[in-house]
Design a protein around this ligand. Structure first.
Ligand SMILES: [Zn+2]
Ligand SMILES: [Zn+2]
Length: 295
C-alpha cells in the first residue's frame, strides 16, 4: 500500500485480455487494485455485439458469459475489494435502446455500462475510428460530436468515457467545435452523467501545435467548458494492463482540481453498488450536497 494517498481509490474503467488489445485476467487487475490502494474496481471491457461488429477490438459475443464468470470469481477471490461487472458500450441505433437495458443490464446481469464513441458511421456508410492521430476533416469531427451526443442521450450509462477522445485528431479549437463540445457537456449535465478524465489519453503522450505541447486527450479547452457548465467528472484509468490502474491517475485528479471539477468516482460506484437503476442515478448525484461530491 502506498503511504502518501491514504484515501482508497475507485476505478470503473478496466479492460481485460478478452478485448484482444489488453493483457491480464480480472484476478490480475484485482491484485493490482489492492497493491495500489483501490477499494472499488469496476470492469468495463469493450462490449461485444450479437453480429460481432467491431470485433477487432473486443470479445466475441459468446465470450460474454465467461467474462462475467471470471469477474465473479475474482470478486470471491478478493473479498476485501468491491468488484463490479460492466461493459464499455458504443451507441448503435440499429440495435435499439432495449439492447442495452434489457439484454446487457437485464439478461446478462451487468452492474453498469459506460458509454464511449470509438467508431462513427460516415454519410457514405464507411466506419471511422477515433484513435487516428492525423488531423481529421470537419465531416469526421461532426460525426464524432453527433455520435457522442447520441450516446449521452440514448444509453443507460453511468458515465461517458473520454468525451474529448477525438481531440486526438483535432489540431486546434474552432467555433463549431466549441459549440459541439458545449452541446455534449450540456446534455451530460442535464442527464446527470459524469464525464471521464481519461488516463489512457495521457499515456498516449503529447504532441505540439503552434508551439504548445498537449496531450492527445484529455484536452484542457474541453475541461474548461465543462467546468463553466457545472459538469461532474470521473477519473478513469482505462487500464489495458494491471499497472495502468495507477499510471497518470493522480495527474487526472490534478487536472480536475485545477478546473474546480467535482470528482464523483465514489458516488457513482456507491450508486451502482446500492443497486439503483441508471435512471435513478442522475437524481442521486444531483441530490448530493456539494461537499459529498468530492471524495
Ligand atoms: Zn481498449
Ligand atoms: Zn476503455
Amino acid at each position: 500500500m502506498e503511504q502518501n494517498h491514504p484515501e482508497p481509490r475507485v476505478n470503473l474503467h478496466t479492460h481485460t485480455f478478452r478485448c484482444r488489445h489488453a493483457v491480464g485476467t480480472p484476478a490480475d487487475y484485482c491484485e493490482a487494485a489492492r497493491k495500489y490502494n483501490f477499494d472499488i474496481l469496476g470492469f468495463s471491457d469493450h462490449a461485444p455485439f450479437p453480429d460481432e461488429r467491431y470485433h477487432g477490438s473486443r470479445m466475441f459475443f459468446r465470450e460474454l458469459e465467461g467474462y462475467c464468470r471470471d469477474v465473479a470469481s475474482a470478486r470471491e477471490q478478493f473479498p476485501d475489494l468491491r468488484v463490479l461487472t460492466g461493459l464499455e458500450v458504443e451507441y448503435c441505433p440499429d440495435l435499439g435502446e432495449n439492447y442495452y437495458s434489457e439484454e446487457l443490464l437485464g439478461k446478462a446481469g451487468l452492474d453498469y455500462l459506460i458509454g464511449a464513441a470509438h467508431f462513427v458511421t460516415m454519410p457514405d456508410g464507411s466506419i471511422h475510428p477515433f484513435y487516428s492521430q492525423q488531423p481529421e476533416s470537419p465531416e469526421v469531427i461532426r460525426a464524432f460530436l453527433r455520435q457522442t451526443l447520441r450516446t449521452l442521450e440514448h444509453l443507460p450509462i453511468v458515465m461517458l468515457a473520454h468525451p474529448d477522445g477525438f481531440a486526438s485528431t483535432v489540431p486546434r479549437m474552432t467555433p463549431d467545435l466549441r459549440a459541439g463540445f458545449r452541446d455534449i457537456i450540456a446534455v451530460a449535465v442535464n442527464r446527470g452523467i459524469p464525464l471521464e478524465i481519461n488516463a489512457n489519453g495521457m499515456r498516449r503522450g503529447t504532441f505540439s501545435v503552434d508551439g504548445i505541447e498537449r496531450y492527445r486527450y484529455p484536452w484542457e479547452p474541453f475541461w474548461e467548458l465543462a467546468a463553466e457548465a457545472g459538469a461532474t467528472v470521473v477519473i478513469g484509468s482505462d487500464a489495458h494492463q494491471p499497472e495502468h490502474l495507477i499510471l497518470q491517475y493522480k495527474e487526472c485528479e490534478d487536472l480536475a482540481r485545477r478546473f474546480g471539477l467535482p470528482i464523483v468516482n465514489r458516488v457513482v460506484a456507491e450508486t451502482i453498488l446500492a443497486g439503483k437503476k441508471p435512471t435513478d442515478y442522475g437524481a442521486a448525484l444531483s441530490e448530493l450536497p456539494e461537499k459529498e461530491r468530492v471524495p
